[in-house]
Unconditional design. Structure first.
Length: 165
């Protein structure tokens, strides 16, 4: 899984990000490039059309709408179906990229072994979407990078890798 969260787990508002952090966006691109990304339909819709599908990735959208048309993307009606599709495609490294419902379902039902979480040093009380809580005692956390607030980044943040114990 890969996500950026506020200090209270906030991830979005009105189907959009709460911040613009170019260094974190580059980290996301570098980690997911040439990999599978699985996302919910609302998350897919939140991606600006000029970036859809996410380039250099196998894009899988989970939706209840079996008739959804998303050019150059796979559409599945369940998280389990998307995992089966990955197996059929021979894909081994898969990234769950959101939104909140998909993160929660993945944490409950999949053997997630690694999470990359960017911890944004700010609270967003009007957020509509929140990353699911998880027991940090079940994970080994390591800091991959720390970034201060600067001209290009309105908030400081820390990128951590969590590996299941």
């Amino acid at each position: 899984m890969i996500a950026a969260i506020g200090i209270n787990g906030e991830i979005g508002k009105d189907n959009d990000l709460l911040w613009h952090l170019p260094t974190d966006m580059q980290f996301f691109k570098d980690q997911t490039k040439h990999k599978v990304v699985i996302m919910g339909r609302k998350n897919y819709d939140s991606i600006p059309p000029k970036y859809r599908p996410l380039p250099n990735r196998t894009n899988i959208i989970i939706t209840r709408n079996e008739d959804l048309e998303a050019p150059e993307c796979y559409v599945c009606t369940s998280l389990q179906d998307s995992i089966e599709l990955c197996k059929e495609l021979g894909e081994e490294e898969i990234f769950i990229i959101g939104g909140a419902q998909i993160y929660d379902l993945a944490l409950q039902t999949l053997p997630i072994d690694t999470m990359y979480i960017t911890h944004v040093d700010a609270a967003f009380p009007d957020a509509h979407a929140v990353f699911p809580s998880f027991n940090v005692e079940e994970w080994n956390a390591s800091i991959l990078s720390e970034h201060p607030k600067d001209e290009a980044h309105a908030y400081s943040f820390v990128i951590k890798q969590y590996d299941r114990k």
